[in-house]
Structures are given as structure tokens and as C-alpha cells.
Design a protein around this ligand. Structure first.
Ligand SMILES: Nc1nc2c(c(=O)[nH]1)N[C@H]1C(S)=C(S)[C@@H](COP(=O)(O)OP(=O)(O)OC[C@H]3O[C@@H](n4cnc5c(=O)[nH]c(N)nc54)[C@H](O)[C@@H]3O)O[C@H]1N2
Ligand SMILES: Nc1nc2c(c(=O)[nH]1)N[C@H]1C(S)=C(S)[C@@H](COP(=O)(O)OP(=O)(O)OC[C@H]3O[C@@H](n4cnc5c(=O)[nH]c(N)nc54)[C@H](O)[C@@H]3O)O[C@H]1N2
Ligand SMILES: [Mo]
Length: 789
């Protein structure tokens, strides 16, 4: 079908189109296409696939395969051409697929765990060893003794095996969910903190505020929507301690003291309230602002004392018409937004009144002191957001998210969005800006491969970070990806845990740092390789994307799917597995959702493996109906679950480590970041990329270097009480003095000594355990000192 032999092309006299016609989009075309042009009788065909999530790009690829080898990657044509893009990492897959760092055969550990000594074994021996050990643990201790850990960049994560064996799944526990908790306890239904506004809606915004969000590097495939919005007249303001790539393109850059972001938001709330710049009507109709708080126990007043939910036992408001307390959902009530009242002898006040009181001392002057942003700039920013709407208030997952106070940030952001009526408003929006997460694809209901109801995934007992120190039933880990090196702060704790486990299996493409801690290592193919014709499927960016096999599996690699099937078979459960990935995909496409009408495997194949959903042309926007999935159906800005922590309304709290006495000993913040060249620990050793970032570097402002007698490029030691690493330093004027940083993800074996996560902070905020998504790892809430090594 879509496979075109190159010979036929030449016969047809269109060889130029097949080879050099697209050189305009390929910098290297001249260099690596020419020799192949000469080899005119080689076999050439086109195959279609797309990049796995990683940066959320999911760029769709048209691949040229010559004599079985992947030789060229171009953007596929999306029906919506705005998505027909490709980045440096996508192009570099040509090198990564054939990299010497590939795992080639199954391996068995022969040295100590962590030492990295292995011998190759056969697939049969590998699968037998894993299945036997899993069976033994399963029969002795049950499925809870095996934990499946998954890295971020994966699509097919052996989901059926977790259900079939009843084993818990750890997907990035305690990572990227801090702000999400704070926001979604208010909104009830947003998906993990992402804005429920498709980024294509940014053109309708007048003001866009991006806090701790380097979208031009971290969702680079969406860059054009940033510039489209700017051209359409939106003012884009970036708040970042450093002069980031995104800051360089913004209309305004506001530097901020690291970790103090919640103070900025609280200062904005204060100023909006003080100037009466808030949307009274929106607060009254769509939020819990008129609900009544009891003075005696700080809880919201309900109609009666029964323990039933708000339908039977609704929250109360003060009705202006009857001058009495009435259920918030009673017909005809006119709730007072502010005031103090007495109901059945209990003193109450509205949430709005309590908010005004609590925000009173967070003045712009106070916020200026906390954030080190001049007061006038905070005032101007607040006016711009409150009066220059519609406005989008967005963030990333670095910075504010990776600090112990991220939940407070989320809560405050949701209140700001409420006060300004920017929820469910065209051109508005509150939430994470990355990954193009919110689009019609997210509201498309896919079918699923179904398993009988007895197969269930049990919940995790505790976050992985605590497994080394708190009792739990995990004795073995099935690890897909590089979770060990990446998913733990204060890695010494994790190392101790990993070393005492009974059994560890890692499934990956590359010989990354986690491999060394495994007993058995199973090599899988890259996203281009498969033993099946149809391999993967996704709905994203308003399109359905299918992937076919591009090349045969390299070396002895198999796929996650094949391994899942082999293991299921050893447990006698093969009958529940699909025969091929295509069967699984057909089950997903088997759905009555009208967005999927006409989208089948056959139709996708006939349309270059990509079709637009039958969805509206307008951007996807949530909450347009002002309905929320909270108990009351409104934005619940008062959070009763946080009363015991004095955070029912957001109260400022400094970052725990950054503001501690440790600062005397370790005066520098140690932050991390991501760049457009890598995806976490991936693409680290690809030479086309390595030429731009040849080694891990400790980046610091020349001022901090000078006071320590360091010269640019010196080998330095970065250390604190948790650990140390060595790396060469790099001066950067764009970095805020007092804060040093490294790009996260570097492999330990590329570090002269140590590892980033030997230094990072793994202290959980106790409040986090009561938050919607649990506690987070405050990776950037870390102090260090730096000296010449
Ligand atoms: N110090 C510090 N640590 C951090 C962060 C930080 O800021 N600072 N950030 C954290 C954040 S936000 C995140 S999201 C995590 C990300 O950390 P991870 O989730 O571990 O992400 P990657 O490093 O991209 O690892 C992906 C791994 O999966 C493998 N892989 C790719 N595709 C497949 C597949 O289909 N199947 C299998 N079996 N393997 C595959 C890749 O080869 C790679 O080894 O790191 C966290 N760690
Ligand atoms: N190319 C690429 N893209 C990716 C990824 C990748 O590995 N590579 N990973 C994906 C994943 S899983 C994640 S989590 C995201 C992360 O994506 P982002 O959140 O955009 O990226 P970061 O570089 O971690 O941090 C964003 C910005 O926060 C700033 N910052 C640091 N501390 C503070 C602070 O205290 N306050 C404020 N206001 N700003 C601060 C940094 O200077 C930086 O410019 O990227 C996603 N996209
Ligand atoms: Mo992340």
C-alpha cells in the first residue's frame, strides 16, 4: 500500500522527488543522501510512524527505509498542517536507533547489584527465570509483592500483565502532581493540572502568563501557537528566575526568587480583592465563595448533620431575599457573597469574607519582599491579568512544581482564575501549558481490550520513595525504562532499597543507569522496530495516529508487547491477551464515539496513518458550561481537607530546604532543567546532539563563580549532606545568581563522579499525603555548595 519501491520510482522518472526533493527541510540531506542516490538498485520504501510521548510532541514521521535500514525521517503530512513538524531529537533518531548503547541480548547479572556486570543469556532462559521468580513470589506473597515501575516516555506499558497478575503500578510516583493537587481540589475534574484549554485557543487570549514554563524547549512542537498568539496581540509574560529561551521571546520577562512563586500569586489575589477588580457575578454563581464557614470548627455549614453528600446534605449560603441560611442549590436563592451571620446559634461567615481576611496581609509590598520582584511590577502584572482579559495563567512542571510549596501555588492559581472568571472562558484558562494535553483527543472515548472482572490492578501501598524506609510488601520490581535513576531524589535511599530486593527485571532499549541494578535485563526495540506490521496507536492533537513497522527488530530485541505475552503464557493466561498489537488497537477503535466515525485501521493505512478526528474545528475548551466535578458542582475554593494544616485557603509557606538554616552551610540552590536536545535520560549519547551539549555541566552565574575562584570550564565538586557529584562548570549570565543548575537526566557513567539525584531533596511535605495526588519530590528545593575539584 504505502510502501513504494525505489526502483519503481526511478523507472517512473521521479527519482528526484524521492531523494533530494525534500532537502530543503533537511540540513544534512546533502551529506547523507548523496552516496545512496548512486546506489540506484537498492530497495527503498516509505513507512509511517510517530514519536512516543516524551515531550508531548508525538510528531508523525514519514520514514525512508533503504535496504532494511532507516535512512531518513521527515514530518508526515497531518491533515491539519500546523502539526507537520519535526525536531532535532526526531531527526537524530537515525543515529539513536543504531547506537552502540543499545541493549542487544537478554542479560543476567553476575556481579553485585549496581555493579553492572552481566552475561548474555537466551530469551528462553531469561523469560523462564523471570516467570519462575514471579510465580514463586506470587504464590508465596501475592501480586502485591511485585511492583511494576514505568518511565515517562512509554506508550505500551504491559497494561494487561499488571491486571492479569494483579500487580501494582508505579508511574512516576510523587512527580509532576503537586500543583495539580492544589488546582484540582478546586476544579474537581481537570486532568493532572493541565489547562482545560487547547493551546490553539491562545490566539483568543489578551494576556498569557507563563510561570516556570519553558515551553519553547519543552513542548517545542507547539512553538507556533505561542507566536500565533503573540501576533494576534496577546501579551505574553514569562516569570522565571532565569532568562529562559521562552523568556527571550516573550513580551515581558519577570525574574523571581526561586521557590517564592506562591507569594506572587497571593500578592496578586490581595491586590485584585483590594481594588475590587474581581468578577462578583462569576464568584457568586460558579464558586463556593458564598458558602458559609462555621466559626466553631472551620468546616462549611451544611443543611443538617447527616453524613450524606451535598445532594442530601447541601452546603448552605446566606439568602439575601429571605435573609436566612438556605441550601446553595435551592431554587430562587440569592446568595450573599460577603458577610457574617448566625445560624442556629453558630457564627458563620462566607468563604469570600474569609478569603478577604486571609489575603489581607499578602500585599504587593509583602509579595515584592518575598519574590524580589519590584512592587510596581507586581501591581502592573495584576492589573494586566485582572483587567486585560481574557487571560491564560499557565505553568510548566519545572520550577514552582518541584518545590515543597507547589500545592499552595496550585490552590492560589485556581483562586486567581476564579476571581477573574477565566475558567471556561474563550481565551482564558488556568493550568499546565505543556504537552498539548487538552485537545479533542482527550475527550474522545476509545474502546478497550477487555479482561474478565477478576483481573484487577491493586493500588500501590506507599510512594516508591518511601519503600526503603517504611514497611511494604514489595519484593521484586519489573522496571520498564530508567525509573531507578530518574524517579528518586536522594538516590542513596533508593540504592539501599534496590540492593535488598529479591529480584529486579529491567526492560529497556538502552544501557541506561537503571540496568545496573537489575538481575535480568530484557532488550526491546525502538519505536521503529517490530515483528508486527501494525504497532502502536494514539489519539492526540485532534488526530488519530497509527504506526506501522518501519524496520525489523535490531539485534535480539523484542517488544514490550511480546514480553508481556510471553510472561502471560507462562502463567497460563495467554488466552486473555490479544494476538497482535493490531487486535489491541482494533479494540480501542471499536467505539461508538462519533469523533472516531470512519477511523479504522484500514482507513488509517489508506491515509498515511493519520486522520483528523471528526471533531469541531474550534479549540477544545472545558468548563464552558461552568459545571465542575466537585461535590457542589462549583469551583470549591475553600478546601476542608486542609483545615488541619491551616491551608483551607492558601497560606504562604517558604520552600522547606531553600529557606532553612542549611543555607549558611550550603548557600546555593541546586535546580535542574530540561532542554530541547534531550528527553530526560534519552538522546544523551547521540553525536549529532552531543556536539551541542558534549557533557554534563554545572551551570552558574559568573558572579557565583568568581566568589569561589572558579574559571569557566573548571572541574567542580557539587555537594551537600546527602551526596556529591563532579562536573565541569559553565558560566551563564542568563542564570540567576545564587542558583546553580544542571540538565537532569545525564547518565551517571557520563559524570566524572556521582549523580544529580545523589544530591536532590526527597523530603515529603506531611500535608502532601492528604493531597489529591499525594506528596511530591521537591527536586529543586535543594541546597548545595560548589568548590573547585
Ligand atoms: N533530579 C531530577 N530528577 C528528575 C527530574 C528533575 O527535574 N530533576 N524530573 C523528573 C521528571 S518531571 C520526570 S517526568 C522523570 C522522567 O524520567 P523517566 O520517566 O525515567 O524518563 P526517561 O529518562 O525519558 O526514561 C525513559 C526510559 O524508557 C526507555 N523507553 C523508551 N520507550 C520505551 C518503551 O516503549 N518501552 C520500554 N520498556 N522502555 C522504553 C528509554 O530508553 C529510557 O531509558 O524524571 C524525573 N527526575
Ligand atoms: N525537550 C524536552 N521536553 C520535555 C521533556 C524533556 O525531557 N525534554 N520532559 C517533559 C516533562 S516530563 C516535563 S516534567 C516538562 C518540564 O517542562 P518545563 O517545566 O517547561 O521545564 P523546566 O526546564 O523543568 O523548567 C521550566 C522553567 O522553570 C524555571 N524555574 C526554575 N525554578 C523556578 C522557580 O522557582 N520559579 C519559576 N517561576 N521558574 C523557575 C526554569 O528556569 C525553566 O526555565 O518537560 C516536558 N518536555
Ligand atoms: Mo516530568
Amino acid at each position: 500500500m504505502m510502501n513504494i519501491s525505489r526502483r519503481n520510482f526511478i523507472k517512473g522518472g521521479v527519482a528526484g522527488t524521492a531523494t533530494l526533493g525534500l532537502s530543503g527541510s533537511l540540513l544534512f540531506a546533502d551529506r547523507w543522501l548523496r552516496p545512496a542516490t548512486a546506489a540506484s538498485d537498492s530497495e527503498e520504501r516509505i513507512a509511517y510512524t510517530y514519536h512516543p510521548p516524551g515531550c508531548g510532541g508525538r510528531c508523525a514521521y514519514k520514514c525512508t527505509v533503504r535496504d532494511g535500514k532507516l535512512v531518513k525521517i521527515e514530518p508526515n503530512d497531518w491533515p491539519d498542517h500546523r502539526y507537520s513538524v519535526l525536531c532535532t531529537r526526531g531527526l537524530s533518531e537515525l543515529q539513536r536507533v543504531y547506537s552502540p548503547d543499545r541493549l542487544q541480548t537478554p542479560l543476567k547479572r553476575v556481579g553485585e547489584r549496581g555493579e553492572g556486570k552481566f552475561v548474555p543469556i537466551s530469551w528462553d532462559e531469561a523469560i523462564t527465570t523471570v516467570a519462575d521468580k514471579f510465580k514463586e513470589l506470587h504464590s508465596q506473597y501475592g501480586g502485591k509483592s511485585i511492583l511494576k515501575m514505568i518511565s515517562a516516555n512509554q506508550e505500551y506499558t504491559m497494561p494487561l500483565l499488571s491486571s492479569l497478575l494483579g500487580i501494582p503500578v508505579a508511574l512516576e510516583t510523587s512527580i509532576d502532581t503537586g500543583i495539580a493537587s492544589g488546582v484540582e481540589e478546586v476544579t474537581g475534574d481537570a486532568p493532572f493540572g493541565y489547562a482545560m484549554h487547547e493551546i490553539t485557543d491562545w490566539v483568543n487570549a489578551k494576556t498569557i502568563i507563563l510561570i516556570a514554563c519553558n515551553i519553547l524547549e519543552t513542548t517545542v512542537a507547539d512553538s507556533q501557537f505561542f507566536f500565533d498568539a503573540q501576533e494576534a496581540g496577546a501579551k505574553i509574560i514569562v516569570i522565571d528566575p532565569n532568562y529562559s529561551t521562552t523568556a527571550t521571546k516573550a513580551d515581558q520577562w519577570i525574574p523571581i526568587r526561586p521557590g517564592s512563586d506562591p507569594a506572587l500569586l497571593l500578592g496578586m489575589i490581595n491586590h485584585i480583592l483590594a481594588n475590587d477588580w474581581y468578577n462578583h457575578d462569576f464568584m457568586q454563581k460558579n464558586t463556593s465563595a458564598p458558602f458559609l464557614i462555621r466559626e466553631d470548627n472551620q468546616h462549611l455549614l451544611r443543611q443538617n448533620d447527616s453524613a450524606d453528600g451535598p445532594a442530601q446534605n447541601p452546603f448552605m449560603v446566606w439568602d439575601a431575599l429571605s435573609n436566612s441560611a438556605q441550601p446553595y442549590n435551592a431554587t430562587g436563592v440569592q446568595p450573599e457573597l460577603e458577610g457574617e451571620f448566625t445560624v442556629n446559634g453558630v457564627k458563620v461567615k462566607t468563604v469570600m469574607s474569609a478569603l478577604k481576611e486571609q489575603m489581607k496581609h499578602y500585599t504587593p509590598a509583602w509579595a515584592a519582599e518575598m519574590t524580589e520582584i519590584p512592587e510596581q511590577i507586581i501591581i502592573d502584572l495584576t492589573r494586566q491579568y485582572a483587567q486585560g482579559g481574557p487571560g491564560y495563567l499557565g505553568w510548566g512542571f519545572g520550577g514552582a512544581e518541584k518545590i515543597s510549596n507547589s500545592d499552595i501555588f496550585g490552590h492560589a492559581a485556581a483562586i486567581l482564575g476564579s476571581l477573574t472568571g477565566n475558567f471556561g472562558r474563550v481565551g482564558g484558562g488556568v493550568g499546565n501549558a505543556l504537552f498539548h494535553k487538552y485537545n479533542w483527543g482527550l475527550v474522545t472515548k476509545l474502546g478497550a481490550w477487555s479482561l474478565p472482572p477478576q483481573f484487577k490492578i491493586p493500588p500501590m501501598e506507599i510512594p516508591t520513595t518511601l519503600m526503603g524506609t517504611q514497611p511494604n510488601s514489595v519484593k521484586a520490581v519489573l522496571n520498564l525504562g530508567n525509573s531507578f535513576q530518574q524517579h528518586f531524589a536522594n538516590f542513596h535511599h533508593a540504592e539501599a532499597w534496590l540492593k535488598q530486593l529479591e529480584f529486579v527485571v529491567t526492560v529497556d532499549i538502552f544501557d541506561n543507569a537503571s540496568v545496573a541494578y537489575s538481575d535480568i535485563v530484557l532488550p526491546i526495540g525502538s519505536c521503529f522496530e517490530s515483528n508486527y506490521e501494525i504497532t502502536r496507536f494514539q489519539v492526540n492533537r485532534n488526530h488519530a495516529l497509527l504506526s506501522e513497522k518501519v524496520i525489523e527488530p535490531l539485534f535480539e530485541s523484542k517488544s514490550d508487547f511480546e514480553i508481556e505475552k510471553l510472561l502471560a503464557a507462562r502463567f497460563g493466561l495467554e488466552e486473555y491477551m490479544p494476538k497482535t498489537p493490531e487486535d489491541y488497537i482494533r479494540a480501542q477503535l471499536n467505539s461508538p464515539d462519533p469523533f472516531l466515525k470512519g477511523i479504522t485501521v484500514e482507513a488509517l493505512k489508506a491515509n498515511k496513518f493519520i486522520m483528523r478526528l471528526n471533531c469541531p474545528t474550534e479549540p477544545c475548551i472545558g468548563h464552558l458550561d461552568q459545571k465542575y466535578k466537585t461535590p457542589s458542582g462549583k469551583l470549591e475554593i475553600y478546601n476542608e481537607a486542609m483545615i488541619e494544616f491551616a491551608q483551607a485557603l492558601p497560606a504562604y509557606e517558604e520552600p522547606v530546604e531553600l529557606s532553612s538554616e542549611l543555607k549558611q552551610k550550603y548557600p546555593l540552590q541546586f535546580a535542574q532543567y530540561r532542554s530541547r536536545f534531550h528527553v530526560h535520560s534519552q538522546f544523551m549519547r547521540v553525536s549529532w546532539i552531543r556536539q551541542f551539549c558534549p557533557e554534563p555541566r554545572l551551570e552558574l552565574n559568573p558572579l557565583d563563580a568568581k566568589s569561589r575562584g572558579l574559571a569557566n570550564g573548571d572541574l567542580v565538586e557539587v555537594f551537600n549532606d546527602r551526596g556529591k557529584l563532579k562536573a565541569r562548570c559553565k558560566f551563564m549570565d542568563s542564570l540567576r545568581p545564587g542558583s546553580v543548575r544542571m540538565e537532569e537526566g545525564w547518565w551517571s557513567k557520563d559524570m566524572p563522579e556521582g549523580d544529580i539525584n545523589y544530591l536532590t531533596n526527597d523530603t515529603f511535605n506531611p500535608r502532601g499525603f492528604k493531597r489529591k495526588y499525594g506528596p511530591i519530590l521537591p527536586f529543586y528545593d535543594t541546597l548545595v555548595e560548589v568548590k573547585k575539584a
